[in-house]
Design a protein around this ligand. Structure first.
Ligand code: ZN
Length: 207
């Protein structure tokens, strides 16, 4: 939704309701990432009109301070960055799950995938960044494909075939098949949808 038209948000919420599976909401604090996006009033407004789950991606320091408010604002899934949580990651996963929300752990492209292996038996999903968190409209980093395969293999070996890998950044109709074939099943697309001449056709092309 970072690429949506905020002056006509209802139109873009309806587009997602009709054609996509999730609302992916990038929350940026200006500290964990250099950019600031939007906060609770926007999330709550989207929640009022959303017919699909809200997938809240926290790019913030101290995610544990805010997960409860995002759950109350209507999040169905909440992910936080391992780099912002480190040894607190296990406690934050439990905190999110106790709120009845699906918990995901996220890493940036420069964070070794092995860093999150200790949490793969606890999370409900994994979010792998295929660009550096903080801005929309970046180009997909090709090395992300190998990282998806590594995490997928590890999850499968743990018997967690049902845990989806979500991939975020630079995804559109031209590379969605590669991302899927590497083992991802939730693809985040911002610019590729909202900046397309026909956003519904862009989603259909990715499917
Ligand atoms: Zn995101």
């Amino acid at each position: 939704m970072l690429s949506a038209d905020f002056l006509h948000l209802e139109k873009d919420v309806e587009l997602v309701n009709r054609h996509a599976d999730l609302f992916h909401l990038d929350i940026m604090d200006g500290t964990f990432v250099p950019n600031i996006s939007f906060g609770f009033p926007v999330v709550e407004a989207i929640a009022r009109q959303a017919a699909k789950p809200l997938d809240v991606h926290l790019m913030i320091v101290h995610p544990e301070k805010y997960v409860e408010r995002f759950a109350k604002a209507g999040a169905g899934l909440i992910s936080f960055h391992y780099e912002a949580a480190l040894e607190e990651s296990e406690a934050i996963i439990a905190q999110i799950q106790q709120l009845g929300v699906k918990a995901g752990i996220v890493i940036n492209p420069d964070c070794p995938v092995q860093s999150i292996f200790p949490y793969l038996d606890k999370v409900d999903f994994v979010l792998l960044m295929s660009v550096f968190a903080g801005f929309g409209g970046q180009k997909f980093i090709p090395e992300s494909l190998e990282r998806i395969r590594e995490v997928r293999n590890r999850l499968d070996r743990l018997g967690r075939m049902d845990v989806p890998i979500e991939v975020d950044g630079g995804i559109g109709p031209e590379n969605a098949h590669e991302v899927k074939n590497a083992g991802a099943s939730i693809l985040v697309a911002g610019s590729a949808v909202f900046k397309a001449p026909d956003p519904a056709a862009a989603i259909a092309a990715m499917r």
